[in-house]
Design a protein around this ligand. Sequence first.
Ligand code: FPP
Length: 258
Amino acid sequence: MTLDPLPIGASQPLREAWQLGNSGRLPRHVAIIMDGNGRWAQRRGESRSAGHQAGADSVRAVTRTARRLGLQALTLYAFSEQNWSRPQDEVQSLLRLLVQYLASELSEMRRSDIRLRALGNLARLPAPVRMALDATLQATQGHCSMTLSLALSYGGREEILHAARHLAQQVADGTLDVAEIDEARLQRALWTADLPSPDLIIRTSGEQRLSNFLLWQSAYAELYFTPVDWPDFRDDAFAQALVDFTTRQRRFGGIEPK
Ligand code: FPP
């Protein structure tokens, strides 16, 4: 793979990641649990919404870097099914940020040939959010250099349940035999159907758990936890996580590294 050159003055971690990208050693699919917006804001005496706003800037920075480093897929946990239980004003501010983000990033997605996807119980999103999302999904559907997936109203258990119901319905309708249900078929019934499994899952802000994110897909993912809060997680921190990934030995249950 030959990546476009980095801008002059790019940092050392970014240059190292770029070299690894050029030799095809970076993960294909990185998924991120973007955590710590609230604590970041609290430490600075600012509102939680200000933390999410700064978090949206990290989304822009990390997406641009992922594309520059040749990743095939980036999946971001932007709003969990459980996040609906947050105070209404915080939920509203997150949804507003999402709509602003979709409007401001479309030209960049076009320029960089990024396809947007959305995973989750999207029917729960308010109509104006859904419309803005659908418009961006449609506008970017032919792009193929990188897939950016936003997990919205997403829960891993809910996703597996949804897939199980879908297959059960096919069995009930007589279009599927129980014996035909295998891993591949269940995989295809997930919201991530056409995405490769994540090679690397990053969680920011020092928490070390998956919080209902990509439960099926994470079976063989490498996990990377960093104390850096999401609003501070920019190019260098991201590049460091990618470089760390290249030091892992992945055996997928066998004895030889793969
Ligand atoms: C977790 O931080 C973060 C979220 C619940 C939302 C993530 C949203 C963004 C990064 C901004 C908007 C996204 C897009 C795609 C424009 P937290 O609030 O749980 O932080 P805390 O644990 O410190 O309270």
